[in-house]
Design a protein around this ligand. Sequence first.
Ligand code: NAP
Length: 546
Amino acid sequence: MSAAVTKTTASATETVEQFDAIVIGAGFGGMYMLHRLRGLGLKVRVYEKGDGVGGTWYWNRYPGARCDVESMEYSYSFSDDLQQDWNWPERYGTQPEILRYAEHVADRFDLRRDIQFETHIVSAHFDPAETLWSVTTDKGEVATAPFCVMAVGNLSTPRVPDFKGIEGFKGNWYHTGMWPHEGVDFTGRRVAVIGTGSSGIQMIPIIAGQAEHLHVFQRTANFCLPARNMPLDPEVERSHKAEYPERRRAAYDTPFGIAGYPPPVKSALEATPEERERLYEDKWQEGGSISFLYAYNDLLLNAEANDTAAEFVRAKIRSIVKDPVAAEVLSPNSHPMGTKRLCLDTNYYETYNRDNVTLVDIRNATIEEITETGLLADGRAYEFDDIVFATGFDAMTGAMREMDIQAGQGETLVEKWDAGPRTYLGIMVAGFPNMFMITGPQSPGVKSQMILSIEQHADFIADCVAHMREHGLSRVEPTSSAEVDWVDHVNQTADATLYPLANSWYMGANIPGKPRIFMPYVGGVDRFKRKCDEVVARGYEGFEMT
Ligand code: NAP
């Protein structure tokens, strides 16, 4: 049911649009949520900041942007016709291909008619008396609905560090997560890239091929594994498609939500050095990160085991990079391998053998300021035409913390999450009834094949809404004790691994002042899905429905 009512307030007459559900964000999460809720007969409005669908793949248009999950996996499973029809040309999808896919899905399922583009939601307030969420857009429009779904993404709040002097820079500057749609040609230009996470590592080889000179400013060296991208073998595609439904089901029984990799059964420390070397070499040649992390069962649990893999990669770096000083700087030694997101690269380390590329180690020397003509680091002035910030995102909680979210007289979401996010299953927050999150903090989202987790979350949410409607219930909220137990479980699970040892965005460590707490659930998609299924089987255990 939907309608528009006109309210007269002291200051103005405002039209309030009414829906059954409001979804914020039209990335892969918001699009599928819309499809599911519409399938229940709900009148849904999706609000999207960009002028098109695709979320991450709409914004991150930097050169070389590509998914690090294989294209046959990184796609929706909800429609077999869709997954059979769509052809991915390469092992890993490029940003333009994935965006084309998102646009195709939007058209194929006629999603656009319920999406309002170029609209940023600034606040979401819950009225307990009416059981209604009321959202306000940046244009001052107001809409209400009993249910509100945050499909705002985990890496959707780009962070340009607040370097002194940035506003006075006379050249051009860019952030990977806000890339100009028309693209950027760096031919013949003097360029700086700041940041060597997944985004920086993908773009650096391409910019190096265009620029007159490229300086890379590296604060922390990352572990990179070869992607080994290649055209998708038609036979691989055919056999994968023949098994698609079974493979998708099997993916839910794996930790990362990707089937086809036999789970490791042995500790790295039980293997001889020669055995390990052979296995790591096979994985290195195969390319990709899942296979490598699956070499042994304790790479993310035991520091000594981890170091065998880390040393293998460091030796590879030394063998590829000709300048021993640069090789040393590029060799990660401040965190266990895999505790920051592993990067997949194409010619990344080789790029440092080019004459037009200079690596600047700023581990112990911060960038002091951006000047009119470049930047100052470690007391030295550098001059550039262009600066590219590959400095990442206020991850996992950034987008929701930017919004004014409150429910009645209680705490705002920002207050509630002051010491780090607290959720039940990463799907709901106690004190915020009828507000759902897709792949929120404390879910396995970012530690999994995202689209699979998105589908699982959106299905859980849609099934919950259907259950409520069927039983005449209007309000759902997790109990405080279920939330406390889940937060404890998420923390204990992380603490049993090496993950908290890295200053990663998983820990909020890249944002000054952000609480240091490990945010994703690393118990695996398999355990998480089982837990969700049990919750439902036990009548939505941990949720209070009235
Ligand atoms: P990121 O992993 O957070 O990397 C940001 C980089 O900028 C780090 O090297 C960081 O150094 C550096 N940095 C941040 N602030 C700085 C400062 N003030 N001075 C100097 N250096 C600074 O961000 P990202 O590369 O955009 O990747 C974020 C995530 O997006 C990835 O982990 C991945 O999950 C996803 N992603 C995926 C793909 C893919 O599928 N292939 C591609 C791109 C991104 P420190 O490490 O020292 O903080």
